[in-house]
Design a protein around this ligand. Structure first.
Ligand SMILES: NC(=O)C1=CN([C@@H]2O[C@H](COP(=O)(O)OP(=O)(O)OC[C@H]3O[C@@H](n4cnc5c(N)ncnc54)[C@H](OP(=O)(O)O)[C@@H]3O)[C@@H](O)[C@H]2O)[C@@H](O)CC1
Ligand SMILES: [K+]
Length: 526
């Protein structure tokens, strides 16, 4: 998880670091995971550290079930207590801090008001900006007033000098971007230099899909209740959320075991990595075949092989016009003349990176082993040819390629990444890895949760990094991982490798490939 999200102004980064020290559980490096995160995970019955996200309907159903056995308002009090504690942890001192609440007309505003009341009782100066005074949560407002808080008469004046702004405009009940009356307030909060903490969700984002249909609050941190919502983990909404903190309100046992979205963490990846047994030889570890590169793009062959060599298969066969370049860089690769069918047995194929118009895709798709199709291989890919396969297929498009396959604009895919990856998986009957700032992997079986990769970094937006990813994922397929695991483990290692190689500076695709072993080791380190 990005510690502060891209929106955090420099002034608030130190404060964000304070929150994230206690909250991040997806941080590459593993050692930054904290007891809090592990407690959150256990409270939710998660597989040690898998991060799960649930749709609004599921969260509401679980809340209703839980509320039925509790006194009225108990859940809101739990939420408010967790929120107030998180905010208090951000401040050097609560007493004297200037806190502004942006209060919408629903229970999200109620959470903000009750949290504000708790902070006011500890000596903070708390002002509430009511978007719709007649509909503001009555109990919350009374509690705030009783604690010494007040309703702001000059909203922009109090925002200008705030230390912290709590965004309680909308939570899971909001739809369609901020309404016009909320937009100037959200902008003033962002521009004030105050720390912006979103209550449950940044107001204006779509909780279920991660879409942002208009303006939305840009938060430095989001304190969410009961369960992560998909929008907190998927771009573009994820970019609005900042650092994430999950507050346990007792929902764990009421949530279904299968979430809508999940994010692997270090321990999950460690369990999935193919580690050779003592009796393994290179063939038992799996052989991956790579059909990539062309006279125009010979580098793609080298980079795909670089990813494959580090991906856990016992051997890499290369077929294509880049054989000389591949051998020069990777003497351990086995190079073969055309066609792929004469290259010898492989356990999985990677086809497409830098292939140009060269043939090969159709032939590889006819094989009876798992096939990863990337880049040029995706052009005009026939859904029937993929659906007819006897073995699994993994497609790895970026947004532009996904748009072409779906017959829509690239912008539509980027705005609705979750829907797009699911549509593609359904259309092709294949597992689909949609590359991007939050890479998603949807299984061919639509009942399985989509996986979102938590290790991505914008340094990965560099030429050739996709070729490395395809080789890496193909190698994991050959080593025996099923496509959903191969794609999500590859994305995790790839992002982690980029972070380890980068340490804040630009990286090349070669650097990323070279850092895969470090990422692998890091993942295995307890
Ligand atoms: N359920 C529980 O047990 C618990 C719930 N909890 C909390 O409750 C939250 C859900 O509360 P909720 O259902 O009242 O909805 P909420 O998010 O406040 O928004 C609805 C209001 O916003 C308005 N509105 C809509 N769109 C808008 C827009 N674009 N821009 C501006 N306004 C917009 C809409 O107006 P209307 O459409 O009616 O005119 C309506 O009044 C949840 O996220 C969590 O924080 C916690 O306390 C834990 C226990
Ligand atoms: K909110």
């Amino acid at each position: 998880m990005d510690a502060a999200g891209p929106a955090a102004p420099a002034a608030s980064r130190a404060v964000v670091r304070r929150l994230t020290r206690r909250t991040r559980d997806a941080e590459p490096g593993g050692r930054l995971r904290t007891r809090n995160a592990e407690r959150d995970a256990r409270a939710h019955g998660m597989l040690l550290s898998m991060r799960h996200a649930y749709s609004v309907d599921t969260v509401r159903a679980a809340e209703a079930e839980l509320m039925a056995g509790l006194p009225e308002g108990a859940l809101m009090q739990r939420a408010a207590a967790g929120l107030a504690a998180a905010v208090a942890g951000l401040l050097p001192r609560v007493s004297g801090a200037r806190i502004v609440l942006l209060v919408g007309s629903g229970d999200n505003g109620g959470d903000a008001l009750y949290a504000g009341a708790r902070l006011a009782r500890r000596g903070a100066g708390v002002s509430a900006v009511l978007l719709d005074p007649d509909r503001a949560h009555r109990g919350g407002l009374a509690a705030l007033r009783a604690a010494g808080g007040r309703v702001a008469e000059d909203p922009f004046g109090v925002l200008a000098v705030a230390d912290v702004v709590l965004d309680g405009i909308t939570g899971i009940g909001g739809h369609g971007g901020l309404r016009p009356d909320a937009v100037p307030l959200a902008r003033a909060a962002r521009g004030s230099g105050a720390m912006v903490v979103a209550v449950d969700l940044p107001s204006g984002v779509e909780a279920d899909t991660g879409e942002v249909k208009g303006e939305a609050v840009r938060a430095d941190a989001t304190v969410t209740f009961g369960a992560y919502k998909p929008g907190l983990l998927v771009d573009p909404a994820h970019q609005h959320a900042g650092a994430l903190r999950l507050v346990d309100i007792g929902l764990g046992s009421r949530l279904p075991s299968v979430p809508d979205l999940e994010a692997l963490q270090h321990d999950d990846v460690a369990r999935l990595l193919p580690v050779p047994a003592p009796e393994s030889d290179k063939y038992r570890r799996g052989v991956v075949g790579v059909v990539a590169g062309s006279a125009r793009y010979p580098g793609a062959a080298v980079l795909a092989v670089a990813g494959a060599v580090h991906g856990g298969a016992g051997a890499v066969r290369y077929v294509g016009p880049g054989a000389d370049a591949v051998i020069a860089r990777f003497p351990e690769a086995l190079v073969h003349g055309w066609p792929p069918s004469r290259a010898g047995r492989v356990q999985a194929w990677v086809v497409g990176p830098g292939l140009g118009d060269a043939p090969g895709v159709a032939e590889v798709l006819e094989s009876d082993v798992p096939v990863l199709v990337d880049a040029d291989g995706l052009r005009s890919l026939d859904p029937d040819a993929v659906r007819a396969r006897s073995a699994p297929t993994l497609l790895t498009p970026h947004a532009g390629e996904a748009a072409a396959l779906l017959g829509v604009d690239r912008g539509q895919v980027e705005a609705a990444r979750l829907g797009s990856v699911r549509s593609l998986a359904t259309k092709y009957g294949a597992t689909v890895l949609l590359k991007g700032s939050t890479t998603l992997v949807a299984d061919a079986d639509a009942r399985r949760p989509v996986r979102v990769n938590p290790t991505g970094t914008s340094w990965l937006a560099t030429a050739g990094s996709g070729d490395v990813l395809s080789g890496l994922a193909g190698s994991l397929l050959a080593a025996g991982l099923e496509p959903l695991d191969a794609g999500s483990v590859a994305a995790y290692l790839h992002g982690l490798a980029a972070r380890l190689a980068s340490l804040g500076a630009p990286v090349s695709a070669q650097d990323v490939a070279a850092a895969i072993p470090r990422a692998w080791r890091d993942t295995l380190t307890p």
